[in-house]
Design a protein around this ligand. Structure first.
Ligand code: ADP
Ligand code: MG
Length: 333
């Protein structure tokens, strides 16, 4: 992963070098992979009949997280957003790589980062098998690999007219926290801690994704806001949808905000890392069973239509003008 470049731990440089950091913080023994950290490549053996599901997500300081975030939470979130993509595909986590760019070899920071990262990795039985470490602006890029029986991955493209649309957990808390950090909303105490935890400590719905294999017809994880992400699913499936704003699951903290802010949080929130999925009404019991098995609440929020486009009905049943709501776009916001 590296050719010729200045190594930080060249003789005479102060502090721990690249290889010291890797050995101290990232070289954990692997159980499932045939070979982990330390060689030019890691080696993974796939079971017969399985496909490898691969996804990458990058977190850039100032763009995806604030410089003030606790390192442990940052380590957690960097892996959580990646696990969320495996969840959306119904893939079982196997292994991940970590490409890390750091301004300084700050060991307190790196130890915290590794702690948050490995705690979540352990919880989901995924192992770190390699990566790259370099000096530079703070930036974490993780690639996750998971396995799924051939042909059984949940895709964005499988929705059919008549399918019901479901959402896991609650939406909007993370967006509300962002508005507090931006100084646009005043919120303190337990309410603030709750939405802050949603933003900095998301729980990827891996168990739910696995339980929905063979049940859901299509799925996507909500990272950029419901309207935008549902739009991707509708486009890939060549269908439309109708969603009831009043059905969208949310916390008491979001419920206590103004109607305009609540809409913004629920429809264009971002950073929710919940699953949005489709299933025919005949599979309602199976959906609820999958949710119960994964111990994640799910809520039916609408249905798929033949006519393309997304219609969101407000609490009075009137179509909302979605023109002003934009999904999070890194080159526009
Ligand atoms: P190469 O020069 O062959 O690309 P490196 O010297 O960059 O390899 O890395 C040495 C070993 O440490 C490799 O196995 C690589 O995958 C691993 N590695 C480097 N950085 C990290 C990291 N942040 N987390 C986990 N493994 C890492
Ligand atoms: Mg390298």
């Amino acid at each position: 992963m590296t050719s010729q470049r200045a190594r930080e731990n060249s003789p005479g440089s102060a502090g721990p070098g690249e290889f010291d950091l890797i050995r101290r913080y990232f070289d954990h023994p692997v159980r499932r992979a045939a070979l982990g950290v330390g060689d030019d490549c890691a080696l993974l053996s796939l079971s017969p009949g399985m496909q490898l599901a691969v996804s990458t997500d990058m977190l850039v300081e100032g763009r995806h997280f604030l410089s003030t975030v606790e390192p442990r939470r940052l380590g957690h979130k960097a892996l959580a957003v990646n696990l969320s993509d495996l969840a959306a595909c119904g893939a079982r986590p196997l292994a991940f790589t970590l490409a890390l760019s750091l301004p300084r070899p700050d060991e307190t920071f790196i130890a915290g980062l590794a702690e948050g990262l490995f705690a979540l990795a352990q919880a989901h039985d995924i192992e770190l098998v390699g990566g790259d470490t370099t000096a530079g602006p703070l930036n974490l890029c993780i690639t996750v690999m998971g396995e799924v029986p051939a042909g059984q991955a949940l895709l964005r493209s499988g929705a059919s007219p008549g399918d019901e649309l479901w959402v896991s957990g609650t939406l909007g808390d993370a967006r509300l926290a962002l508005e507090v950090f931006r100084g646009r909303v005043a919120l303190e105490g337990a309410g603030f801690e709750q939405v802050r935890a949603a933003m900095e400590w998301p729980q990827p719905r891996v168990g739910l994704g696995l339980a929905l294999r063979g049940v859901a017809t299509a799925a996507i994880d909500l990272s950029d806001g419901l309207v935008g992400d549902l739009g991707h699913l509708l486009q890939r499936s060549g269908v439309g949808a109708q969603v009831a704003l009043g059905q969208l699951p949310h916390s008491d903290v979001v419920a206590a905000q103004t109607a305009a802010l609540r809409r913004e949080c629920l429809l264009a929130g971002g950073d929710d890392y919940e699953l949005l999925f489709c299933a025919p009404p005949s599979r309602r019991a199976a959906v609820l069973q999958a949710a119960a098995a994964a111990q994640v609440p799910v809520q039916c929020v609408g249905h798929i239509t033949t006519e393309p486009g997304l219609q969101v009905l407000d609490e009075a049943g009137q179509p909302l003008d979605l023109g002003r709501l934009q999904a999070f776009d890194h080159f526009k916001s």
